[in-house]
Design a protein around this ligand. Structure first.
Ligand SMILES: [Zn+2]
Length: 238
């Protein structure tokens, strides 16, 4: 499968599927709605329902191209199952992930193409982004809160497209991160996430389909992390 289910169907969080492979305490599914983690976005949580009952998914990991769902307990599942992603957790991550793109767009535009050096989203509705910003004035960074919230209020469309990796690398500003870039898909394409009229960048995470799906954000804190890095912490308001 070239395209991930969580990319193609971000709103489909309950999926009837089948066990593709199993070991005690872990299972691979024919199709999985779970986001495996990456790019600062933690892996989805949720449960798998089967004839053995309902088991929590406590982690996800790739091994030799197979996505394994680690289960709470040592059950070995077989046959048809229902995979259920934790909807509240996924919604928070989609909101934060989209909001980090908006922040990133404004930092990139306002601070001379400053690149991302790190990003992490948290279950409590906060996220931090690190930028290579040796000279930036923290008051100017703090002032980005208002235009970020304007973009949320404008309810802009968010969509994805795929470009060949070489083409994405050739387009200035599409690969925005110093540290993490999404892996190309099996067919050598790289996923681009576009906030229409604002920003395009390579990303493999899960996002909203419109910016208005996020509550307003607040810029909570700005720290200097070393000589070059500025760390901006945002939080979902309300
Ligand atoms: Zn993203």
């Amino acid at each position: 499968m070239l395209r991930s289910y969580y990319h193609e169907h971000p709103d489909s969080l309950i999926l009837s599927t089948e066990v593709a492979d199993a070991r005690p305490g872990r299972v691979a599914l024919a199709t999985s709605p779970f986001y495996p983690g990456g790019g600062g976005q933690p892996a989805d949580r949720g449960v798998i329902r089967s004839a053995a009952g309902e088991l929590a998914v406590i982690g996800l990991e790739y091994a030799e191209g197979t996505l394994w769902h680690r289960l709470d307990g040592q059950a070995e599942l077989h046959g048809p199952v229902e995979a259920v992603v934790d909807a509240a957790f996924r919604r928070t991550m989609r909101q934060l992930h989209t909001d980090t793109h908006i922040l990133n767009a404004f930092v990139y535009q306002s601070f001379d193409g400053a690149l991302v050096t790190g990003v992490q989203m948290y279950e409590d509705g906060t996220a931090r982004m690190d930028f290579d910003l040796p000279e930036a004035d923290n008051d100017r960074l703090r002032a980005l809160e208002a235009p970020i919230n304007e973009v949320i209020a404008q309810d802009l469309e968010v969509r994805s497209l795929y470009l060949p990796l070489a083409e994405a690398q050739a387009q200035h500003g599409l690969i925005r991160s110093r540290s993490v870039a999404p892996p190309p898909t099996a067919d050598g394409m790289i996923r681009i996430v576009e906030i229409v009229s604002l920003d395009r960048q390579a990303c493999g995470g899960t996002h909203l389909t419109r910016t208005g799906g996020s509550p307003p954000i607040r810029i909570l804190k700005i720290d200097n992390k070393g000589r070059h890095n500025r760390r901006i912490r945002i939080g979902l308001a309300g």
